[in-house]
Design a protein around this ligand. Structure first.
Ligand code: LLP
Length: 416
């Protein structure tokens, strides 16, 4: 935890103490380190520096405009899955020509808007989508770039909810269907097939499944070449895992070097779509203990963040480290379940954690920069948390805490 570290027994984000941030912005609050985001993105980019490539950050991991803007300024491309994400990228100063639109359920309205904006390409997930894309592109008198997202039928050995590359998953095109589909694409005059894409899952902690996927992709590229298709790019998706607990994933550099070795002399442009590996360890969720509740069976630390703020523990039984912001030996060490105020037993942020804390103390839930705020909700009518960005000794509010009024601003009562 280089970017979040203790100094004089107090946890800092870069050069700013989290206690100060809590005083200034309140809790719960997401705190991001700009240096961490930039270092992670650059690690991907540098590892491919001498090859045609584009790092397309997966916006779904964390779509705050400040984060997208920082990445856009580094030259990042963006992998998006909705017109909302595309709009965010544009609003943040991202280049439409570096946007990829992925996803199994693109609506006609979304496709038309993306064509109008002039995005780089669509990652297509089915035959029916191909037909729809051609019709819509023709209606706009445009020729659009597409890549076929294949489903390589590979077990990514990750949580079943975030595994995407197996036959029974809804994602991608079965490899056996690719050649017939390509024949169909040839007859469509508004589509330009530029590549093959695949994404087999998220939080992968070994490189082997990625390499198996590359084998299948390269095999397909060779077959397509025989059929007269000259491709420009290979999109190998995202999915590199991080260390939440005791996982030992490859570093970004090891991962990219491993892919490169396997790609050998493949001359195509390499696209990567990392999300978690760029923002997860660049963020923490700062929360305050409201109550310590001791029962005969358990000790609970009831905090002001909840499953609506950070859903990963409830949804995937995910383990994220929980650190006291101040280290001291004033309080007895006990085993706690760290829970929120939401009325669900699934509302836990961590279970069976050893902590020496008192009510009023601050806790930091680490590696919360990806799939944290982005998956948050208003459940139990809880305003969504504030988000701040730390840059060395400077802290900036990048999303103000929602107000109570905003919770129901769009709601309308029936008058009769
Ligand atoms: N590309 C595509 C097509 C994707 O579906 C995803 C993630 C990514 C790239 C980025 O994957 P990453 O590099 O972040 O692993 N909410 C879950 C993760 C869901 C991932 C969905 N797709 C979690 O909190 O673990």
């Amino acid at each position: 935890m280089q970017f979040f570290d203790y100094e004089n027994n107090e946890l800092y984000a870069e050069q700013i103490s989290l206690t100060e941030i809590a005083q200034q912005f309140g809790t719960p609050c997401y705190v991001y380190s700009r240096a961490a985001i930039e270092a992670n993105w650059r690690a991907f980019d540098n590892a491919l520096a001498d090859k045609p490539h584009r790092i397309c950050y997966a916006v779904k991991a964390n779509s705050n405009l400040a984060i997208l803007n920082i990445l856009a300024r580094l030259g990042s491309g963006f992998d998006t899955v909705s017109i909302g994400e595309i709009a965010r990228v544009i609003a943040a100063g991202g280049d439409p020509k570096k946007i990829i639109f992925s996803g199994v359920g693109k609506t006609s309205a979304e496709i038309l808007r993306a064509i109008e904006i002039g995005i780089h390409s669509f990652n297509v997930e089915s035959g029916v989508e191909i037909t729809r894309l051609n019709t819509l592109a023709a209606s706009q008198h445009k020729i659009i770039n597409i890549s076929l997202r294949i489903n390589p039928d590979i077990d990514a050995n990750t949580h079943p909810y975030i595994s995407t590359g197996m036959k029974e998953n809804k994602f991608g095109i079965d490899i056996a269907d690719v050649l017939p589909l390509c024949a169909k694409i040839k007859t469509f005059s508004n589509l330009n097939l530029i590549g093959i894409a695949c994404h087999i899952g998220s939080q992968l902690t070994t490189i082997t499944p990625f390499l198996s996927a590359i084998d299948r992709v390269l095999d397909l590229v060779a077959q397509l070449k025989q059929q007269g298709f000259t491709l420009q790019q290979l999109d190998l998706g995202g999915g590199l895992g991080i260390r939440y607990h005791n996982e030992e994933p490859p570093t970004i550099n090891e991962y990219v070097m491993g892919l490169r070795e396997h790609l050998a002399d493949c001359p195509l442009e390499i696209i990567l779509e990392p999300g978690r590996a760029i923002t997860a360890n660049a963020g923490i969720l700062l929360t305050r203990i409201e109550y310590l509740k001791h029962t005969q069976h358990k000790n609970f630390a009831i905090v002001d963040a909840a499953m609506n703020d950070l859903m990963r523990p409830a949804l995937y039984n995910a383990w994220q480290q929980i650190l006291p912001v101040e280290l001291n030996n004033k309080h007895p060490e006990k085993i706690y379940d760290i829970v929120g105020p939401v009325c669900e037993t699934a509302d836990f942020l961590g279970r069976d954690r050893k902590l020496a804390v008192e009510s009023g103390d601050l806790l930091a839930i680490t590696c919360a920069g990806a799939y944290g705020f982005a998956m948050s909700s208003n459940y139990n009518s809880r305003p969504r948390a504030a988000e701040v960005m730390v840059d060395k000794n400077k802290v900036t509010l990048i999303r103000r805490r929602e107000t109570i009024d905003e919770l129901y601003a769009g709601e309308i009562m029936v008058t009769e």
